[in-house]
Design a protein. Structure first.
Length: 300
């Protein structure tokens, strides 16, 4: 056993810390399923198994994945001063992440996609709305994770930074939604993107998912350039917002170029908007996310 510890670099303390973190993480992930059911005013187990509601399953999957993403920001790899402090820190960040994810969902429902009732649509088994809900939740989590990794410590300044970063993320997601609505209306004789999603346009849901997730990745790039300092917090957050806008525009431009080259000869408006081509929409989503990942990777 000692030889194993020497080879792997593990020790008993580290194993205990890992056990604490993973136990709390699993408990929080389980809680997320229950919270999703409460938010939708349904029994999660019945909706998933007895009702076979695929849209609800996609929505819950997005919420669980989102919390998992947030928890990777809470687990920094550095152990706390004691087992108790480790548990408190992990639980605090986890619960805060869960709350912010749910608040982000409400904001997205009432501000970004304000012309449709997302809960009712998911209960009505609307797959496109389930995809949109999962994507927006994951996008929120990606940015929360970036802020968690950006800050350090566990005090009031930390929580102000996390909440402020969350507000920036929601502002960017709403902005991108409005831009995509304008583009869709321009290409489709002033038709409504939200109405199309409400009518179950799965291809549009897939495309939109790629757009919001790529936006979230673009927003996180600012964390690589700005140093967290409680004394200059508001200046840093303003810089984060400006940098996020610049990065979002850059990702959008590069994605447009990449789509033009990769999907050469394919009329995206005709295939996705009019024919609901899920295959082409999936390629669009993959391109959007890939460009954002590559760009943020280069920034890092």
């Amino acid at each position: 056993m000692n030889t194993l510890f020497e080879i792997t670099g593990l020790n008993l303390d580290l194993i205990i810390y890992l056990t604490i973190d993973i136990s709390i993480a699993i408990a929080l992930l389980g809680a997320m399923k229950v919270v999703s059911g409460i938010s939708a005013q349904v029994n999660s187990t019945d909706e998933l198994s007895k009702e076979d509601n695929f849209a609800f399953g996609i929505s819950v999957a997005g919420s669980v994945a989102a919390l998992g993403i947030v928890l990777t920001g809470a687990i920094t790899g550095e152990n706390a001063e004691s087992y108790t402090m480790e548990a408190i820190g992990m639980l605090t960040y986890g619960v805060l992440g869960l709350i912010l994810i749910k608040i982000g969902r409400v904001i997205h429902d009432r501000v970004a996609l304000n012309h449709l009732n997302k809960n009712e649509q998911i209960k009505a088994r609307n797959i496109s709305i389930g995809l949109v809900d999962a994507a927006s939740t994951i996008a929120t989590a990606i940015i929360i994770r970036a802020v968690l990794l950006w800050v350090h410590g566990l005090d009031i300044g930390t929580f102000i930074a996390i909440i402020s970063g969350f507000i920036v993320s929601q502002a960017m997601l709403v902005l991108v939604t409005r831009i995509k609505e304008y583009q869709y209306a321009k290409n489709n004789q002033n038709d409504s993107l939200q109405e199309a999603l409400e009518n179950g346009h799965v291809a549009l849901g897939i495309r939109y998912a790629g757009q919001v997730i790529s936006t979230a990745l673009a927003v996180t790039a600012a964390s690589y350039f700005l140093t967290y300092n409680p004394e200059t917090l508001w200046t840093s957050l303003l810089a984060w917002l400006i940098f996020s806008i610049v990065m979002t525009i850059l990702v959008s431009l590069l994605t447009t170029i990449a789509k033009y080259l990769i999907l050469w000869g394919i009329n995206l408006v005709e295939e996705v908007d009019h024919q609901s081509n899920i295959g082409v929409a999936s390629v669009e989503m993959a391109i959007s996310i890939s460009i954002a990942l590559i760009l943020t990777g280069l920034m890092a």
